[in-house]
Design a protein around this ligand. Structure first.
Ligand SMILES: *[C@@H]1O[C@H](CO)[C@@H](O)[C@H](O)[C@H]1NC(C)=O
Ligand SMILES: *[C@@H]1O[C@H](CO)[C@@H](O)[C@H](O)[C@H]1NC(C)=O
Ligand SMILES: *[C@@H]1O[C@H](CO)[C@@H](O)[C@H](O)[C@H]1NC(C)=O
Ligand SMILES: *[C@@H]1O[C@H](CO)[C@@H](O)[C@H](O)[C@H]1NC(C)=O
Length: 944
């Protein structure tokens, strides 16, 4: 297998060899071919003399070829290992590099560490050393490396953290185009297409490779999508493409990560996707999981018969000689790849979520005897580790998201602890992006959050480096910083599992990938000291009584930026759900201690106001893909109020609450930020809308959608702007009389309040051009107002989305508009977001930096509901990467007080003061910060 593969695909260096050299090489090949043909003719003649002619008129030459193919069929590719003089992918002319004074995570525990100790987290440490790379390989790691070639480039790491390149084993990068205009992810012509190949759709020109790489991702498994039960073959690529990577041409071939290894991969998928794509009642399956299991087994049965017929032919040819055969070797391209799966030549990865899917797949592996390397998505695997261990050929790994879940029924039982639980059960967790579902650029953030959710630090980092490398069969080449490995290296500006960690430089096969990288100014920080207590599960209980919290070090509720001096003696006293004292509180303590009040000890306690989820469907949508679990889409005409559709008691609200997001401002929406209607302000911890304080404001703002979603029902963006202009002008000219009765709830009445500056207007927009149109619209309305009124107030306008807002940051500031970024870090998911900034080392800052510099009031919103869990961490990214421009309190305000500012909500009027607070263990802006208590609503929720 291995040999044929090398011949079938020209080696990497062939593809980049200059033309004149190639011609010379081709002459050599022709010469060799001629010699070989002559030899073949002579030997054929000799054999022919000694064997009887075949009975039929079959070609002897083809029979011999077929017999040679038998060898290939029987060869299982071996994982590449051992030393090499040079990396096949090395580009000639790439200079050797010495990276000096790095703090290195090698990906292996110290020599001599037992497997058991290593698993328990012992023996893992960062080492300080230099690293020498040449010919695309890591040549040496150590101090004072000597005898460097004269052309060696010296790179000063200045003590910062260095890891191997990040490996993302679930990506569709390059299979679609910017803004999803083109889609080559799924071959949706039929359910069973093991024979198609993702490589055939991979577009090496896609700009996403650059920003994915800028997050330290050097290698990815490019899988076909999950629309089919058998989706096709997958390929492992490296993101070094074209000119800027020293390649002579732009080519898919050049991206193959191990062109000399002969390894193959395949994608399969279970569950809802294939059912929903193919099932047509009475006509076509699979309609149910029953049908899916049959599709798998039927295809595998066919492949098994195919393999058997080949093996029988080969055995007969071995015994009787190829020329004695009366048929040719059975070969059918359609079944070649699935046959190769059964021959152990292809590594299968399967997208399966639920117990029925997982267990059926485990049965298929045993029935047809093939190995599965990883279950992807795998949201219920944490419930059934023992079932996974019954998989044929070894326990599969699980490829997970850290906390992207609940988006469909299959994902509704997921747990943020899945990785930790899998690891404890002896199953390897890896973290993946499913790019473009998550931006692969930030896949390391998934590993970071997994650590925060209790997976040991070393296992979390392995989950995006050595573990996927091993599962891909490349565990002796990539994923570790080790001599003789490919020189795929990332130098980080901070610990890669810390919030906001950003590469300073990335090397692939020894070549630096960024010519002029933007480097964030960050103080040198030591690696994270792994915190084992994160593995302890905390459970919520609600306490009506008084509580004393000890170990408070920071109070951001009472005092702007107050760092409390002597944390060991600082307490927070809570009475009736409200903070009654923060400080030494001597007198209060005396009284309480006598009465035996409960004391909860907190380490590095931070008191903050609750975070607010702004502009999402939190409380209106429980499962994104399931209409029955939602309030429903707002009507095309007329206005609805979120407060009339709020649903409490769901898991989305519970997760938001336990991540400190105790407040929400939600608007009626069709999908994501595509809102239309009047938003409501409420508390995520409330039991229902009638509970005292549950809804703190019935009507917060009027929302309209001007993203691409607006084109669905309004035909064009210009029409949407025009219609908004007409309505606002009508409102300006409308009667002064107060609307009464049902008229109060009509669109006109809300618009009138908007032009009277009594209700903020929130517009969902990403495109800089549409933002410009909005700014013109605002100016026009205000100019008409000023022609009618003596001292008109400005219309209060907020933009949500804002992917391209940095392009007009100054104009936004001048127009007095606020911006809620949703998402904080866009990645060209739609055409109107394509000019979003992806950050260092590729771009100088992101939208938030430009907006803050321009003086705009900024918030961080929620684009997809699962992100509510990460609001604190997103604010943390803005903080860590602001180069000192944001203070800690200002970062907290991005997900809290800034919404009140932009909405002009007077908190003293709403009674939102010291009863609204959260106590965190550790920093709320950093991985590992955990909520220990939330107040408000007259009770205290504690996690103990
Ligand atoms: C390595 O970098 C650190 C941080 O910049 C510095 O303090 C230290 O002196 C450096 N060590 C060497 C050997 O250059
Ligand atoms: C706020 O900080 C000031 C000075 O640091 C201190 O005097 C005051 O007591 C603090 N207030 C509260 C409520 O903690
Ligand atoms: C304004 O209100 C008055 C009294 O309700 C009504 O007669 C008049 O037609 C209204 N004008 C407009 C422009 O709606
Ligand atoms: C990045 O932008 C800031 C201002 O926004 C500017 O001061 C700085 O020089 C820029 N840095 C680079 C590397 O271009």
């Amino acid at each position: 297998m291995e040999k044929e593969q090398v011949e079938a695909l020209p080696t990497y260096s062939d593809a980049v060899r200059p033309w004149h050299k190639r011609r010379r090489r081709r002459r050599t090949i022709r010469l060799l071919a001629a010699v070989f043909l002559a030899y073949f003719a002579i030997s054929a003649f000799k054999i022919a003399r000694n064997t009887t002619k075949p009975a039929s008129a079959l070609s002897t030459e083809r029979l011999r070829e077929d017999h040679a193919t038998c060898t290939r069929l029987r060869t299982v590719p071996v994982e590449p290992k051992g030393t090499r003089d040079q990396n096949k992918r090395w580009v000639k002319g790439t200079k050797p590099v010495l990276i000096r004074n790095a703090t290195i995570w090698t990906g292996e525990p110290a020599p001599g560490t037992s497997a058991q100790d290593a698993r328990a987290g012992k023996g893992w440490e960062w080492i300080n050393a230099d690293i020498f790379i040449d010919h695309g390989l890591i040549k040496a790691i150590g101090e004072n490396i000597e005898h460097l070639p004269p052309d060696t480039t010296i790179f000063e790491a200045r003590g910062r953290q260095l890891t191997s390149g990040i490996v993302d084993m679930h990506s569709h990068a390059g299979l679609g185009s910017v803004g999803n205009l083109q889609d080559d992810v799924n071959e949706l012509s039929k359910d069973i297409t093991p024979f198609v190949r993702s490589l055939d759709g991979l577009d090496p020109l896609q700009p996403e490779f650059d920003f994915i790489k800028s997050g330290g991702v050097t290698t990815s498994l490019i899988l076909p999508g999950s629309g089919n039960n058998m989706g096709g073959e997958a390929f492992v690529v490296k993101f070094a493409v074209g000119d800027s990577s020293g390649r002579a041409e732009i080519s898919q071939q050049d991206m193959l990560a191990a062109p000399d290894a002969g390894l193959r991969w395949m994608k399969m998928a279970c569950g809802e996707n294939p059912k929903r794509v193919y099932g047509i009642y009475g006509k076509q399956g699979p309609f149910s999981r029953l049908g899916e299991a049959w599709e798998f087994r039927h295809a595998l049965e066919h492949a098994r018969n195919y393999v058997r017929s080949q093996d029988e032919w080969c055995a007969a040819a071995d015994a009787a000689g190829a020329v004695a055969m009366t048929t040719y070797l059975p070969q059918e391209l359609k079944w070649e790849s699935l046959g190769a799966v059964l021959r152990g030549q292809v590594r299968v990865n399967a997208h399966c979520y639920t117990i029925p899917d997982l267990e059926a797949f485990v049965r298929h592996t045993n029935e047809f005897k093939f190995r599965l390397y990883a279950f992807h998505h795998a949201h219920q695997t944490y419930l059934i580790p023992e079932v996974l261990k019954r998989t044929y050929g070894g326990t599969p790994a699980v490829a997970l998201f850290a906390d992207n879940m609940y988006y469909k029924v299959e994902a509704y039982t997921a747990s943020e602890k899945a990785g930790k639980i899998a690891y404890e059960a002896g199953i390897t967790p890896t973290y993946v992006s499913d790019n473009p579902v998550l931006n692969s650029q930030h896949v390391v953030f998934e590993a970071a959050k997994a650590y925060g959710y209790g997976l040991p630090y070393h296992a979390a980092l392995a989950g995006v480096t050595s573990a996927p490398a091993m599962l891909l069969g490349l565990g002796e080449r990539i994923g570790k910083v080790k001599a003789s490995f490919d020189a795929d290296i990332v130098l980080w500006d901070s610990d890669p599992l810390s919030v906001g960690a950003t590469p300073v430089q990335v090397w692939i096969d020894g070549a630096p990938q960024f010519q002029d990288p933007v480097e964030l100014e960050k103080p040198l920080s030591p690696p994270i000291k792994p915190e084992s207590s994160l593995a302890e599960d905390l459970a919520m209980s609600e306490l009506p009584e008084d509580i004393i919290f000890t170990g408070i070090s920071h109070d951001y509720v009472h005092n702007g930026t107050n760092v409390l001096e002597d944390a060991s003696n600082i307490v927070a006293i809570v009475k009736g759900g409200s903070l009654s004292c923060v400080g030494f509180c001597k007198n209060e303590l005396l009284a309480l201690e006598e009465s035996g009040t409960r004391v909860i000890q907190v380490r590095d306690g931070h008191i903050t106001p609750p975070f607010t989820a702004f502009g999402s469907a939190l409380g209106l949508i429980e499962i994104d893909a399931e209409g029955d679990t939602q309030d429903g889409s707002p009507p095309k005409d007329g206005i609805t109020r979120a407060v009339d559709g709020l649903q409490f008691g769901g898991k989305q609200l519970a997760r938001a609450y336990e991540h400190g997001v105790a407040k929400a401002i939600s608007a009626p929406t069709t999908y994501s930020i595509e809102s239309r209607g009047v938003s409501a302000g409420f508390k995520s911890g409330a039991k229902n809308a009638l509970e005292k304080g549950a809804v703190w404001q019935d009507e917060v703002a009027l929302h309209f959608d001007l993203t691409l979603g607006a084109k669905n029902d309004k035909s064009s963006i210009s029409n949407a702007i025009g219609s908004l202009r007409a309505k606002l002008l009508d409102a300006v000219y409308a009667n002064k009389t107060e609307a009464a009765g049902k008229a109060k709830y009509e669109e006109k009445a809300y618009l009138k309040r908007v032009v009277e500056s009594a209700l903020p207007l929130v517009l969902s927009v990403h495109s800089a051009d549409t933002i410009a149109a909005v700014i013109r619209l605002k100016a026009e309305i205000e100019s008409v107002k000023s022609s009618l009124q003596s001292s008109p107030k400005h219309v209060r306008l907020i933009i949500v989305g804002g992917a391209e807002s940095h392009l007009v940051a100054g104009e936004i500031a001048a127009a007095g508009i606020s911006v809620v970024l949703a998402p904080l870090l866009p990645h060209a998911q739609s055409w109107d977001q394509r000019r979003g900034l992806t950050g260092a080392p590729l771009t100088n800052g992101t939208a938030i930096d430009a907006l803050i510099s321009a003086g705009v009031t900024v918030g961080i919103g929620v684009e997809e509901l699962w992100e509510t869990r990460d609001l604190g961490l997103l604010a943390g990214i803005a903080y860590a990467n602001s180069e000192g421009k944001l203070g800690f309190k200002e970062a907290l305000d991005l997900v809290g007080a800034n919404f009140d500012r932009m909405l002009d909500i007077d908190l003293s009027q709403k009674g939102l003061k010291s009863e609204d607070w959260v106590i965190w263990e550790g920093s709320p802006l950093q991985i590992g910060g955990r909520v220990r208590a939330v107040g408000g609503l007259g009770r205290t929720s504690v996690w103990i």
